[in-house]
Design a protein around this ligand. Structure first.
Ligand code: AHG
Ligand code: MN
Ligand code: MN
Length: 345
């Protein structure tokens, strides 16, 4: 049996981009290397004194875990070392990181990253991940990266994907020519092509939403949840509810099995919780490439949104095409306005 490693695959696919000189290849390879380093730490999280809070808050006021900080540093160091990346936006950093070294200033790409996604699950041995999004810079090569490089629409992404540190570790990514998944073989330390040309089913039977927030949801979401729970044999309802609380893990399951993931506006998060640049856009690129849909629940494609700030949030509906369409019908009919916090206290 022949095995294709991530590096072999990336090099083979370079031919898909006639004008590419290998820069994106090197960048993706470095993401794979950082993923292995982070994977090693994630795997021994219970063994070493790496669990627990780092004692600092990130800019969204959420407590950072030590592994958040570790993953952030490792990915930034690896991307910088690639020489192809001139700047990075990270969930863990208030401002963009623009490299000043000559080699990095000549890099053609910028990366937006959620270094450790689902960090509330670290301490309990539940799957977590890393999400990345790559753009060609728009500022001139030779200069430091600027904020404009990061505020591009998601449809401008040249590559995006995620790493899931699960029961096995996988990297799944797209460069706009389909979606491919690689499983890390720990015995040889290589990501091996295990899920070529991933397509998501047009309809699924899984819905994923934090139902604990039910009273905080817009009416359209509440009604859609009830629809999912009703019996209707032809459509496979009642659907199955699955929610891990790590976007990467919830997304990965639904990508393979078919389903819908929703993080709507809520009374607590009036613009949604998930961040457009390094959570919504990369996942939207992957799901569209796999034949699914990603919108804000109001018919607006995530990849068409023009970001205005780095850590902007968006309501997020994504997954199997027919399920997203159905959820949007409910939003349209019953309303997408989140309730007022005072009204539900
Ligand atoms: P992060 O750990 O990077 O801050 O992301 C957590 C996100 C995402 O992974 C997940 O889908 C969502 O938060 C869960 O939020 P709730 O706990 O509000 O459901
Ligand atoms: Mn996240
Ligand atoms: Mn995170």
């Amino acid at each position: 049996m022949t095995v294709t490693t991530l590096n072999e695959f990336i090099i083979e696919r370079q031919a898909d981009f006639p004008y590419a000189k290998g820069e994106l290849t090197r960048l993706l390879t470095h993401i794979g290397v950082a993923a292995k380093v982070v994977n090693r730490e994630v795997n021994k999280a219970g063994l070493v004194d790496i669990l627990g809070d780092a004692g600092s808050d990130n800019i969204q006021g959420e407590q950072q875990k030590k592994l958040d900080v570790y993953a952030d540093e490792k990915f930034i160091a690896s991307l910088k070392a690639s020489g192809e990346c001139c700047g990075i936006a990270s969930e863990e950093r208030k401002k963009i990181v623009s490299f000043d070294e000559e080699m990095a200033r000549n890099g053609k790409y910028i990366v937006a990253i959620d270094p450790l996604d689902g960090s509330s699950n670290i301490d309990v041995n539940v799957s977590i991940g890393t999400i990345f999004s790559i753009y060609r810079r728009i500022s001139p090569v030779g200069h430091k990266a600027g904020i404009e490089d990061f505020l591009q629409k998601g449809k401008e992404q040249v590559a995006a994907g995620y790493i899931i540190y699960g029961s096995s570790t996988m990297m799944v990514y797209t460069t706009g020519r389909g979606v491919n998944g690689f499983t890390l073989d720990p015995s040889i330390g290589e990501f091996c092509l295990s899920h070529p040309d991933i397509l998501t089913p047009h309809s699924g039977i899984i819905y994923s939403i934090n139902e604990g927030n039910y009273i905080k949801f817009p009416e359209g979401v509440k009604k859609y949840i009830k629809y999912c729970q009703e019996k209707d044999v032809p459509t496979g309802r009642p659907f199955t509810s699955r929610y891990i609380g790590s976007l990467v893990a919830d997304f990965h399951r639904n990508l393979l099995k078919g389903g819908i993931f929703i993080y709507p506006k809520t009374a607590g998060y009036p613009t949604g919780k998930l961040r457009l640049l390094y959570e919504c856009n990369p996942m939207a690129f992957v799901i569209e490439q796999a034949g699914g849909r990603a919108t804000d629940g109001r018919g607006n494609r995530i990849l068409d949104m023009k970001p205005v700030e780095l850590h902007q949030r968006s309501p997020f509906f994504l997954g199997s095409r027919n399920m997203v369409n159905k959820a949007e019908e409910f939003m349209k009919e019953f309303g997408d306005k989140e309730p007022n916090m005072d009204d539900i206290k």
